[in-house]
Design a protein around this ligand. Structure first.
Ligand code: ADP
Length: 208
């Protein structure tokens, strides 16, 4: 997060004089307490400053890297997930390719008749099937999909950073977000590299 000039001045005053009250910071900058309030709130929320009632503000001494890690650990799958695109395991590869275009996604999640996750279809899975000699409208997706138990998935309360690590580790583009039940996995969302890129940008912009 980029600090503006006034926020940098406040930080310096607190570093040199803390603990110091909001009133005293305002006096030093010849501003009103009300004018400073938003900047103090931002510095406190971002973790640069801490405030104690009746004592005032003090500098936490945390480095940018420590604050970044703390903020990263506060981002969860539920905050950035998208809607999943789900198809039935009996549809044809031809229809799956049509879904990829119509729904504008890179990965389809395949479910059985009880709506439980049974497979994943990526763009390359569909391309691979298309360069063979098979009749695509007669080829069911469950022949070519990556199937359970080899599917890597996550849950809505998992940390986004752990999902990012799994995507890198497994060299895949997305994870289904599931609800685990006794009967199977219900697909409730998806996390793609795009969702993670959005979180990354929000982190830098201080929008979290
Ligand atoms: P692409 O193959 O289009 O580059 P991916 O890198 O996501 O897309 O997929 C690579 C392979 O991994 C494909 O065979 C796909 O079925 C499989 N795959 C994709 N996502 C998952 C997942 N969450 N769990 C297990 N396998 C996956």
């Amino acid at each position: 997060m980029e600090l503006n000039k006034r926020q940098q001045q406040i930080l310096q005053i607190v570093k040199d004089n803390g603990p110091i009250t909001g009133e005293h910071i305002a006096d030093r900058l010849k501003l009103t307490r009300a004018t400073l309030r938003p900047d103090l709130a931002i510095l406190t929320m971002a973790g640069y400053l801490d405030a104690r009632p009746r004592v005032g503000y003090f500098y936490t001494g945390k480095t940018g890297a420590q604050l970044l890690t703390e903020n990263l650990n506060k981002i969860f799958v539920r905050d950035y997930q998208s809607l999943p695109v789900v198809v039935n395991e009996n549809i044809s590869v031809y229809d799956a390719i049509v879904s990829v275009f119509l729904e504008d996604v890179g990965t389809l999640y395949v479910v059985d008749e009880n709506s439980h996750l049974v497979g994943v279809l990526s763009r390359k899975d569909l391309l691979r099937a298309s360069i063979g000699k098979q009749e695509l409208s007669a080829l069911p997706v469950n022949i070519i999909m990556t199937r359970m138990p080899n599917i890597t998935y996550c849950e809505k309360d998992d940390m986004l950073i752990d999902v990012a690590k799994k995507l890198i580790d497994k060299q895949i583009d997305s994870l289904p977000v599931v609800k685990v039940t006794d009967q199977g996995l219900e697909v409730t969302g998806r996390i793609t590299k795009t969702n993670i890129t959005k979180a990354f940008v929000a982190l830098v912009d201080g929008d979290l």
